[in-house]
Design a protein around this ligand. Sequence first.
Ligand code: GUN
Ligand code: ZN
Length: 440
Amino acid sequence: MTATLIRGRTLSFRHAPAGLEDKGAYGYEPDGALLIEDGLILASGSFDAMRAQAPDDAVEIDHRPHLILPGFIDTHLHFPQMQVIGSYAANLLEWLNTYTFPEECRFVETAHAQRIATHFFDEMVRHGTTTAVAYCSVHKTSADAFFDEALRRNMRMVAGKVMMDRNAPQGLLDTPETSYDETRAVIAEWHGKGRNHVAITPRFAITSTPEQMSAAQALVREFPDLHVQTHLSENRDEIDFTCSLYPEANDYTDVYARYGLLGPKTLFGHCIHLSEREMDAMSETGSVAVHCPTSNLFLGSGLFPLRTLTNRDKPVRVSFATDIGGGTSYSMLRTLDEAYKIQQLLGERFNPFESFYYMTLGNARALSLEERIGTLEPGTDADFTVLDMTATPAMALKAEVVNSLADELFLLQTMGDDRAIAETYVAGVAAKTRLGTPSP
Ligand code: GUN
Ligand code: ZN
């Protein structure tokens, strides 16, 4: 494949910004370029340096004056909940029982799962998200449909067949044995195929018996490198119900700890109401708390104590996610905008460099995938997005008075959505402009 030179303003993070003035946290090229070939970034830097390095026959694509960033990473969402978004409920448990569980039952049908998978990946690309960490439904067919479509699109995805064997409709229940066997089958069929990663996925303690938690523990022991994903401490009624189901545990986090499910590859969705003891346990094991702001606001779950988690003596790793369909937008721009507002309500500052760090390198680190995604570094996957701060008339008007990179990022976060994504590159291929056209 011939090399391609992608020209534009480039921005890529090196570490978490300590503040607005922390210029060492990122590299920014006002006239930059990426040299890409065979799905990888070969080199990145100033356009002049890249032009000099590129072969003479390199194709040149000019995205000026737009901003090129690593593709966004969404660390928690539910593939079978695309038609659950915007369901009217008082709280998490009512929302799950009234809308979410019945909808997920439909994923027993392969044709339905395949149809929704097509829409799912279209929305990811439309919104500039190149890697997502997804829950499928309990049905193995849903994981098959998901990974098949991810493979077809050559996207780096993390996902798992949900394990759940109680407190849900019959059509959504597996057993400890079948959940173990089917997760193993999904791992055998899909893990490492294309850019697919399989995650061990016990939904949450309420929908798993102790026997199923032991099955999840056995899987983690057998496959220690795999991601694990579940939910933790989202809602007060959920916490009380969980503690009543596991009376021997000290608290909700301890339920998972007792089954060996804490660790650096474990992603815990929500983590809003953790005690000091629970935060210590998260920190000591390197577990990740995944903040899902649009979902927390929509379901009235609570205000994520970001600074309490990150600024303590024993800090907890954090990441950010949409949580579709409790979440209300596929956009990581919209998501970080709501995260910003939650911190405002808590009286905390959350600057735009931090936001864009988390959408990219921060979330890649949460997944331990920073060697592959989340930056524009040579040798990493050529997954990136092109952002246009003038995408709508209202944004263009505001852009007239933007005169710094921080202002531009803040405008994109505050007013942007899928319309601000001028292009999404997946493994070096311009995927957004191809949406709706049959693949070659
Ligand atoms: N807890 C268990 N399942 C779910 C889910 O599907 N969405 C959310 N927001 N919380 C959960
Ligand atoms: Zn969730």
